[in-house]
Design a protein around this ligand. Sequence first.
Ligand code: SAM
Ligand code: SF4
Length: 335
Amino acid sequence: MKKVNPILIDTYKREHTYLRISLTERCNLRCTYCMPAEGIQLSPKSHIMSFDEIYTIAKTFVDHGVTKIRLTGGEPLVRKDAHIILEKLATLPVELALTTNAVNLERHIETLKNCHIKNINVSLDSLNAEKFKEITRRDYFDKVYNNILSLVAEGFNVKINAVLIKGFNDNEIIDFIELTKTLPVTVRFIEFMPFDGNKWDIKKMVSLKEILDITTNSFSKEKLIRLDDAKNDTSKNYKIKGYKGSFAIISSVTNPFCDSCNRLRLTANGHLKNCLFSAEESDLLTALRAGKSIDTIIEKAIRLKAKMRGGMDTLEKLKTPDLHSKNRSMITIGG
Ligand code: SAM
Ligand code: SF4
């Protein structure tokens, strides 16, 4: 196994071998839980990493021991040079993955295959076209659903990400699980998390416990199988006996997985975030453009990583708007 450079190891001995790179702050959807209705203040274009800069920073991390890179956004596939970025990163000795809303995916399937990308996560919060339109503020359900079917037909490993919101799509939990009867995908139910401008309220969140209560009420103990979770997995995995696919729950709010966290995030404007929930950022791009080494900035950022959820180690702290509103909107972090 590749040795991890100590600069990627934090004070709690967590080895950061997984980098998520946001390619853009822009998106062709407007999901209510991800961004405010009035939109966000975009960084000036000149502040966004070019494909060469993305490659240089990614290579630095890979040289230090990163083994997995996931491209995200905003919507990564709205970038005109997304195919060039994918092709360049595919030359690195790293597992490459993608998180997308799949609106424009049909144009990229060949590139994804050529880049040997196997794992693709797609956001889909409702199986009902009208509700999809309501939550994304755009009318693209059919496109997204058909692109998911194409990905499966092409042999990609597809995970569907559904953020659950109480009174909106929690009545679709069983429908989503039933989708896995014939479709070999993993549906991942995500607890709604607080970020700047997303009107988070714990009362709107559907918790791990509530999701499990709904599933155990619908499926017998014999049918509901708890699967092994992979190392550093953020989700708890299940399947229904005899179904082709599986489902999982990501419980960052009620049951966080910080002890085994191996993730770092690079924003589209080249800032390193050591935790999804932390408001702290370290500007790698300015240093790179000034011809300076970014190693010391990376080392310091990782050493400062808090033990849990960017320092919001209790639910009370997480619920405090003053604390979670200091963080960016999810669309500009890269989930
Ligand atoms: N546009 C792509 C997509 O939607 O898959 C990639 C970026 S999106 C920010 C990445 C993931 O973050 C999506 O699965 C989305 O559901 C999730 N996400 C966004 N805001 C969230 C929130 N407030 N709570 C939980 N998950 C959230
Ligand atoms: Fe766009 Fe993804 Fe955010 Fe939805 S979740 S607004 S698709 S970045």
